[in-house]
Design a protein around this ligand. Structure first.
Ligand SMILES: *Cc1c(COP(=O)(O)O)cnc(C)c1O
Length: 462
């Protein structure tokens, strides 16, 4: 292996090599993702309708299926420079530990205080809100990474930030909450008494510990009822996938510099934004017929949107106030078991990734959380980074693929997205270490209850 060491452990880009545009994979898709629908008229949402919820420029990005590149405004590029480029790491130590002929690389997005890739889109969304002269934004957060990223971006731009945090996380992760407050955000546990929908959910389910779907409904309600505020979302939407393309674009530039070509590209998938971003330029090549890659989306077995969901229009939130999105979904009423990968507990999946998966461009795998934590620990012990449980889903499958190479002797090049760090997830690690972690897999009956709540209208193939 010694002669291969000419590829460094960490490949950094110069600031001058950083991308100045996001790549919009939709421009290269033959079948575009299905449009968002107005839940009442069932017609595609117009820019004007979307503008009541989202900022103008973000609405344009949401609807833009044609422009391949969208310039990153200078103020956002300056912010990116504070914590980017993110390193592309050759996992020499892990390869050696596994005794695999595979070459493993990971793109590490945890080098910022929010601890994840979410800051890449948070700064973009906050920038456009400020640019439009808004006073503030509202959002929801589950595990807390998105709320933290958004509060950092808002404080940088002097924008008010209102976060509805899923109640069980609010209680279990007080430190995340305090990071958000350090950056000036107001944080309310959801469901709350402060909104109409929150009061309704509390009346129907007293003592509920909340869900992302509830928190979204509350955040949208406040945004649409408060002058000068709009709602922002940390995943799922086309615009978020667009902003996250910075991950894949940087990766591709770094790999091209050294003539590295990945065979397999792996990412965890909650709402799909980091995976969409990581694979974007590679998927573009595949769509244009210029190269081939094996893409793998990894999701928790407890919330298996791709592997066991249906491809249909569904509500994005529990309160059914958001537009309908066509996506792989478990139904907006599906409440996943309390797993330790909060960031992967969403019932639906990015419409962009859903279309690509539906068209056969991607594989999806579901993995159980104890095996995910085993992989996390194995990785932490040799590579030094304490990974987030979400990210560890990708590590699990990267290790599985590397072990297959060991059996077959193939020297495949594996790339995976290491989306963040797990310092706020030590309760989960503790459970794992104490042998108290369980693997919950929903039964077909559990799933059926979710599917029964899908909106029924002609053409919604369910
Ligand atoms: C939110 C989050 C995810 C999942 O979100 P996607 O939109 O699917 O990327 C993965 N990893 C970390 C660390 C997260 O915070």
């Amino acid at each position: 292996m010694a002669e291969e060491r000419k590829i460094p452990y960490k490949i950094y880009l110069e600031e001058s090599e950083m991308p100045d545009a996001w790549y919009n994979v939709r421009a290269d898709m033959k079948h575009k993702p299905a449009p968002l629908l107005n839940p009442v008229t069932l017609q595609p949402m117009t820019a004007q309708e979307l503008g009541e919820v989202f900022c103008e420029e973000l609405v344009k990005q949401e609807l833009n299926n044609d422009d391949r590149y969208i310039e990153i405004p200078k103020k956002i590029r300056d912010f990116y420079r504070m914590y980017r480029p993110a390193p592309l790491v050759r996992a020499y130590c892990l390869e050696e530990k596994l005794q695999t002929p595979a070459k493993i690389y990971y793109k590490f997005e945890g080098n910022n205080t929010s601890g994840s890739h979410k800051l890449n889109s948070a700064i973009a969304q906050a920038f456009y809100a400020k640019d439009q002269g808004l006073k503030g934004v509202t959002t929801e957060t589950g595990a807390g990474q998105w709320g933290t990223a958004l509060s950092m971006a808002c404080s940088y731009l002097d924008l008010d930030c209102i976060v509805f945090m899923v109640k069980c996380s609010y209680e279990q992760k007080p430190f995340r909450r305090e990071v958000m407050r350090t950056y000036g955000a107001s944080v309310t546990p959801s469901p709350s008494e402060t909104t109409r929908i929150g009061r309704q959910i509390l009346a129907e389910h007293p003592g509920t510990s909340g869900s992302l779907g509830c928190a979204i409904s509350e955040a949208v309600e406040v945004a649409t009822h408060t002058e000068g505020y709009r709602y922002v979302l940390g995943s799922v939407l086309n615009q978020v996938a667009l902003h996250q393309s910075i991950i894949g674009t940087e990766t591709k530039i770094a790999m091209d510099k050294y003539g590295i070509r990945p065979d397999i590209i792996i990412g965890c998938a909650g709402g799909g934004s980091n995976l969409a971003g990581l694979i974007a330029p590679f998927m573009g090549e595949k769509l244009r017929g210029e190269a081939d890659y094996h893409f793998i989306a990894v999701e928790p077995a407890s919330c298996p949107s791709f592997t066991r969901g249906v491809y249909a229009y569904d509500y994005c939130d529990t309160g059914k106030v958001c537009p309908l999105a066509k996506m792989y979904t478990l139904g907006s009423g599906f409440i996943p078991s309390p797993s330790h990968s909060g960031g992967l507990r969403y019932h639906g999946m990015s419409p962009v990734l859903s279309q690509l998966y539906h068209d056969g461009y991607m594989e999806a795998r579901a993995v159980e959380q104890t095996s995910v934590f085993a992989a996390a620990e194995q990785f932490a012990r040799v590579e030094g980074i304490l990974p987030a449980p979400e990210s560890s889903h990708a590590i699990r499958v990267a290790i599985d693929e590397a072990m297959k190479c060991k059996e077959t002797g193939e020297e495949k090049t594996i790339l995976f997205g290491l989306t963040g760090t797990g310092y706020f997830d030590m309760f989960a690690y503790e459970k794992y270490h104490n042998g108290e972690m369980t693997d919950y897999i929903p039964s077909d009956e559990d799933l059926k209850a979710g599917f029964d709540g899908l909106p029924a209208f002609p053409g919604n193939g369910i």
